[in-house]
Ligand binder design. Sequence first.
Ligand code: FES
Ligand SMILES: [Fe+2]
Length: 371
Amino acid sequence: MNDTVRSATDARTAPVAVWQLLDKLRGQDLIDWRVGPVPDRRSIAERGLDIGFPFGWYALEPSDFVGTGQVKPLRYFAKDLAMWRGEDDVVRVTDAWCKHLGAHMGHGGKVHGNLLECPFHAWRYDGEEGVVKDIPYARTIPPQVKRKCLRTWHVTEANGWIWVWYHPRDIAPLWDVVVHAEVGDQTWTPFETHEWIVYGSIQNMAENGVDVAHFQYIHGTAGLPQAELRWGEWGRGADVRAKMGTPNGMVDGLISYDTMGPGQSWIRFSGIAETLLVASLAPVEEDVLRVRYCYTQPRAQAEGPGAGVAKALIRDVNKQLDQDKVIWDRMLYERNPVICDSDGPIVQFRKWYSRYYATADQGEVPDLQPA
Ligand code: FES
Ligand SMILES: [Fe+2]
């Protein structure tokens, strides 16, 4: 086989096959492709993605998404939600549909003090208790909505994002969001954010890091450098040491990857260019994942002579996600994969990751049926 034919058909010869799909995309076209639709997607069931969402904290929107006194509609976890920020500056999230006649409170709802007022007939909901506190035109509040009638979600703000705790049985958070000192530090740059819609599951995306063999075939690396894996109770990580080529010669690079739950992950790069990548991975549907990569770097580096290398690092990490997206957008969740000897710890990963799916002993299903 001559080299020209081989490069078109054999992923072991650069350019890797999926790159050909991305080659023509530049500038705005690439940005649009990252969030654009994927035609002829197969159904959630056909792809085996009907396994629910893993529980944990998810960064749904940046903190400036909702200002004091504002209400916004949201769609995450295959649910319609309403988010508002009360006069006390605290963000609250509830299910979107009003218990009265079913209006969507995220569209046209108002903030009244710290309560959410439905746009249809002004019933006012408390975001902590999930009860109706006030109906301005009624003499009494129906008893069915004086007790908890609306799902309220646990919310916190950290690292410049609004985090919501998801658990299919609505049990309270089992860990805290990890706070990064660099975010908001004046010596670090504000986030540079890049966005993708991945038409797949968060678990398939997470598995990518331990899928050793794909680095060569999808990303075109010479092979995965040695990684030291860490497996904690709710988080896991890896330290990857590699020699990296720079305009100033080879340097020892360190890539330190960490997660806390399925929805929080971050990567610290050092050696080549100091960078913190804070990832927001938020499931919208079982086959739709919203991904935002937020980068921050020391100002001295980003605005100094190392700026070119620092920018190149961001471009390179984004490119890797583009390459993986081509696969993720159409792959299924293979429950019984056939694994070979140099595949990396895929089986160990799956066994470990299964802790994020609710089991029968993780609390009762709360009674939130309409009264
Ligand atoms: S539908 Fe919400 S107050 Fe009537
Ligand atoms: Fe990858």
